[in-house]
Design a binder for this molecule. Structure first.
Ligand code: KG4
Ligand code: ZN
Length: 335
């Protein structure tokens, strides 16, 4: 059978990424330009600067990806791109690039939801076994998704306010750490202890999450300690904060696995790189005898490979060529 090549583009936030995926599984080439260094000085992503950088880099990243794959653009069978959710100006650069390629080479244009991409990152390295549950923990989203089949998504819960990654980044900023704060809190926490008294956020029977109260509790704690003239023990605060977040994520996810009789748990999104979360999920899934799919670190944060894989399985289901594809900053979980 002839090989099927998808060229995928991801520009929803601050990574310009292009991948070529062979037969839905093989990442034969991924080139990613990260803008983290550029945004670090502002303490977060500046949308205008992000889109300008995508525009500057997209052609170069595309050229490198195709060169690395040893292919020519006319050998690509379909062009996939993230259409949302994300920053409009950033999404537009990727969508325009994919539209032009699809028009020139007369191949399908496939729009992929960024969150669906995060889930399918695990499919690069593992098979899915349905029904499964996906826990998406990224900078902009925290969602529990039930999947009975490929490319069918049912949201059973999500955050009522801040996303997990966003909370990590904001708490890190309060602690004087640089952007993105998630990885910094993760590594600080490993040398600290859970000594600070913080609340367990939205510890109820629902599958929803709420992290803004925990974020405010950290802000109050820092202010009170400062007033008393005490220094914050950063490692201990990182450890205490992380313990609350991971405890509630693991507890609710395990309840959902039991209720929905899921055979697998797929961890997805940038916070899937968190060592403590990975460790606690391994233990909890072992005790429930549920298979846990953890993406490799390189597939946790934003990358185009996950978009290419999602497009491949989308094509086998309900995803169609859409030459009029538009961006959508807030696209809900529609697959
Ligand atoms: O999925 P992603 O690359 O972008 C979005 O789609 O939002 O996720 C980025 C988020 C950031 O908030 C970053 O701080 C967080 O993932 N993150 C982590 C870790 N690595 C990245 N959070 C906690 N622990 C980590 N090790
Ligand atoms: Zn993401």
């Amino acid at each position: 059978m002839k090989d099927y090549y998808i060229l995928a583009i991801e520009t929803s936030c601050d990574e310009t990424s292009v991948s070529i995926i062979k037969n839905g599984h093989y990442d034969i080439s991924t080139v990613t330009f990260s803008q983290i260094d550029i945004h670090q000085q502002y303490g977060g992503v500046v949308p205008e600067i992000a889109s300008r950088n995508h525009l500057e880099k997209i052609t170069l990243v595309l050229e490198r990806a195709i060169l690395q794959a040893g292919l020519k653009l006319n050998e690509i069978d379909a062009f996939a791109v993230t259409y949302g959710p994300g920053l409009v100006g950033s999404l537009l650069i990727g969508v325009q690039a994919a539209k032009i390629l699809s028009f020139i080479y007369q191949k399908p244009l496939l729009g992929v939801n960024h969150l669906v991409g995060h889930i399918y990152a695990s499919r690069l390295e593992n098979e899915f076994n349905f029904p499964l549950l996906a826990l998406i923990v990224s900078g902009g989203h925290t969602e529990l998704i039930y999947m009975e089949h490929d490319y069918h998504f049912y949201k059973i819960g999500g955050t009522l306010d801040d996303a997990v990654g966003e909370t990590y980044d904001k708490v890190a900023r309060m602690m004087g750490l640089s952007y993105p704060g998630g990885p910094m809190i993760d590594s600080l926490a490993s040398s600290g202890n859970d000594t600070y008294d913080l609340p367990l956020p939205l510890d109820d029977a629902s599958f929803n999450f709420s992290f803004s109260g925990l974020k405010s509790a950290v802000a109050n704690l820092i202010n009170q300690e400062r007033k008393k003239g005490h220094d914050i023990r950063k490692s201990d605060l990182a450890s205490s904060f992380q313990k609350r977040v991971v405890t509630v994520l693991v507890k609710k996810t395990m309840h959902a696995i039991v209720k929905y009789k899921a055979k697998q748990l797929v961890l997805a999104g940038g916070v899937a790189a968190n060592k403590k979360l990975r460790l606690e999920l391994i233990k909890a899934c072992q005790s429930l005898k549920v298979e846990l799919l953890l993406p490799s670190f390189k597939y946790c944060t934003d990358n185009a490979a996950m978009i290419g894989v999602a497009a491949y399985y989308g094509l086998k289901n309900k995803l169609k060529n859409n030459p009029h594809l538009d961006v959508c900053s807030t696209s809900s979980f529609d697959g």
